[in-house]
Design a protein around this ligand. Structure first.
Ligand code: URA
Length: 187
């Protein structure tokens, strides 16, 4: 079935109709990634929250607004990037997705990366860092670029982690600026 996924619309349809793990029983809507199919940056968060589950769209709540603000400050419009999550359905009460949910869902992210083929994949937070690169320490890896299986990753904090911490918020804005700069054409 996974090999039938060849386009963004295939990903969207498969995610929307997915019943591969137990999260399909509690979700209102599955949340496929969204954004420019020509994006140079693909952002990956953890999993949809309440608003995302209600509307079937990624990062439309407070964390999404922070990401959008940081992008804007760096001269990048949200419409010009692609935004998705490791897990496409909301875990009940916003708990962290479990290993089975992550392992079951990860093939959709792999397809999204293959189809969008961005210059860089920006990992937002600890769950995405652990799920994608099997690395644990955000404090050690944030602000760093890591190449794995020929894909370039940049690691930064999850915007939600910065909401009550101004220092972290400043760092987050700085690192979003860094990753945006990495994708700008050199004259
Ligand atoms: N947090 C995430 O990780 N993803 C969303 O889509 C929204 C909030």
């Amino acid at each position: 079935m996974i090999d039938k996924i060849k386009s963004y619309n295939d990903v969207k349809t498969s995610v929307t109709n997915c019943h591969l793990c137990k999260l399909c029983n509690s979700r209102n809507n599955a949340v496929p990634g969204r954004g420019s199919l020509d994006a140079k940056i693909l952002f990956v968060g953890e999993a949809p929250g309440k608003n995302e589950d209600k509307w079937g769209l990624p990062f439309i709540g407070f964390a999404g607004k922070l990401l959008e603000d940081a992008l804007k400050k760096s001269g990048m419009e949200r419409d010009n990037v692609y935004i998705t999550n490791v897990v496409k359905c909301r875990p009940p009460n916003n708990r962290v997705p479990d290993k089975n949910e992550i392992d079951t869902c990860l093939h959709y992210l792999k397809k999204e990366i293959q189809i969008i083929s961005p210059t860089i994949v920006c990992i937002l937070g600890a769950t995405a860092l652990q799920s994608i690169l099997n690395l644990k320490n955000m404090r050690l890896y944030h602000g760093k670029t890591i190449t794995h299986n020929n894909i370039k990753y940049f690691v930064t904090y999850h915007p939600a982690a910065t909401i009550y911490n101004n220092d972290l918020k400043e760092l987050f804005f700085k690192e979003i600026n860094l990753v945006v700069d990495m994708t700008k054409e050199k004259l």
